[in-house]
Design a protein around this ligand. Structure first.
Ligand code: NAI
Ligand code: MG
Length: 489
């Protein structure tokens, strides 16, 4: 398969069943659901529609693998070695994985190949290196005692992921869980189950023992809810909408699961009057339009100092109007379709609200073509804080420009949201940059850059953008329990 001339026809779908205890099995009910190519609106394949019974079998397998199996007691360095092997396998198959990701999700093949896959592989390697570096400590307590802590795996991890970065979310979830010695029941998003299933097969082929990784495709309120309620599952790690996280919080109350959430945002991207405007324009453009605008950390509120506003909008408009929207397999495509019809309709309805509420549509605002869920990159200017497009997460290629006059005002307005995932500031004033970073209530702050991610840097939200952190050492800790051991001497 050549990286240059790849097309939809080259992509092979090899796995569509549930992966439980190392075996491919249909859903107990026999039901299947369609996964659709969002660029053509055509069915790619039918996938097993897992539900409670399938999740139960997966939970039993994961529990057994954890309690009796070889994973949590395997020498940690050997566990890490298997993770390195999985990363190597992904690298060997990078083109076919990227193509499958593009087919199922619609993101440009060049992005799958050059962004998503390398980040996912890097994440697995980062955590592979951590497997044998998970330490407790010795503690000098009173009396003739020897006291120490052990960091033990939390147990069976239930992992529920969204469709916007399917492979990358698998890596963010499997990486720390596997390194810590946990076993896994994963429910991929119903829109994009295919690459997760392929990765399960690769994990088996490199020698990760049966039962360590289980994948049950299906829908949220059925398969997802079964993961949340299952008594053999110790923890749920979820990425998605905050309303779903509220449901998960309620439904996990009976079993008091450990919960980590990575949710949405309405992230402020603030451009001060002394900023390098060309970089700020580029940062605003990438910060919003990356991945069809389907990023939890999208810089969807762009605040520009009034003195630079006109110049900024002109430059941003020129850049945005060059953006190539179309066939995600075409080598020069920069923007593919939105993931599905509900997302497409949600975004179009926000575009209508923006117009109705008096924002000025500078460019875009329309569907592209008549097949596939394509939306023209859209900029709204003259947006006010109380408009729907300035308050709600749109999760599409719709950028809002707002203006501001001074520092105190902008810090207050930046924080005026129940979200707190990310923020960015553009300025040449070092003190101002650090002051903004300290005072904005967000889990990640970028200074003179946007969307810089690294497996070593923790990521997650303040307020209703999340609970706990993923990536880095903090991400690993979320898959461990601390045990205190005290020995009489
Ligand atoms: P969602 O939160 O419903 O779906 C994410 C995952 O949760 C999927 O695997 C889904 O099957 C599962 N799920 C849904 N309901 C569940 C339940 N009751 N119990 C357990 N699992 C459940 O998000 P959805 O509907 O795909 O998108 C809606 C909006 O959420 C988007 O428009 C966007 O604003 C936001 N979103 C944010 C993401 C992020 O990265 N923070 C990712 C995806 C969506
Ligand atoms: Mg939903």
């Amino acid at each position: 398969m050549s990286g240059v001339s790849i097309s939809e026809q080259d992509v092979k779908v090899q796995h569509t069943e549930c992966f439980i205890d190392g075996h491919w099995v249909p859903a107990k009910s026999g039901k299947t659901f369609a996964t659709v190519n969002p660029a053509t609106e055509k069915e790619i394949a039918r996938v097993a529609e897992g539900d409670q019974e399938d999740v139960h079998l997966a939970a039993v397998a994961a529990r057994k693998a954890f309690d009796e199996g070889s994973w949590s007691t395997m020498d940690a360095r050997d566990r890490g070695r298997l993770m390195y092997l999985l990363a190597d396998r992904m690298e060997q198959e990078i083109e076919s994985l990227a193509a499958l990701e593009t087919l199922d999700n619609g993101k440009p093949y060049q992005d799958s190949l050059n962004v998503d896959l390398p980040l996912a592989i890097d994440c697995l390697r980062y955590y592979a290196g951590y497997a044998d570096k998970i330490h407790g400590s010795t503690i000098p307590i009173r009396g003739k005692h020897f006291c120490y802590t052990r960091r033990e795996p939390v147990g069976v991890a239930g992992q529920i992921i969204p469709w916007n970065f399917p492979i990358l979310m698998v890596a963010w979830k499997w990486g720390p869980a596997l390194a810590a010695g946990c076993t896994i029941v994963m429910k991929p998003a119903e829109q994009t189950p295919l690459t997760c299933l392929r990765l399960a097969q690769l994990a088996k082929e490199v020698g990760i023992p049966d039962g360590v990784i289980n994948v049950v495709p299906g829908f949220g309120p059925t398969a997802g809810a079964a993961v949340v309620k299952h008594p053999m599952i110790d923890k749920v790690a979820f990425t998605g909408e905050h309303r779903t996280a509220q449901i998960i919080t309620r439904e996990s109350a009976d079993t008091l699961k450990r919960l980590t959430f990575e949710l949405g945002g309405k992230s402020p991207n603030v451009i001060f009057d002394d900023a390098d405007l060309d970089s700020a324009v580029q940062g605003a453009y990438v910060g919003l339009f990356l991945n069809q605008g389907q990023c939890c950390c999208a810089g969807s509120r762009v605040f520009v100092h009034r003195s630079r506003h006109r110049e900024f909008v002109e430059k941003l408009q020129a850049l945005t109007e060059q953006r190539k929207v179309g066939d995600p397999f075409a080598p020069d495509t920069q923007q593919g379709p939105q993931v599905d019809l509900p997302q497409f309709e949600k975004i179009m309805s926000y575009i209508e609200k923006g117009k109705e509420q008096g924002a000025r549509c500078v460019t875009g605002g329309t569907r592209v073509g008549d097949q596939g869920y394509f939306i023209a990159p859209t900029i709204f200017d003259e947006v006010h804080d109380d408009m729907a497009i300035a308050q709600d997460e749109i999760f599409g290629p719709v950028l809002s420009v707002l203006t501001f006059d001074d520092k105190e005002e902008i810090i207050r307005r930046a924080n005026q949201t129940f979200y707190g995932l990310a923020a960015a500031v553009w300025t040449r004033d070092v003190a101002l940059a650090h002051e903004f970073a300290a005072r904005v209530r967000a889990g990640t702050v970028w200074v003179n850059c946007y969307d810089v991610f690294d497996a070593a840097a923790p990521f997650g939200g303040f307020k209703m953008s999340g609970h706990g952190r993923e990536l880095g050492e903090e991400g690993l800790r979320a898959y461990t329990e601390s045990k205190t051991v005290t020995v009489a001497l």
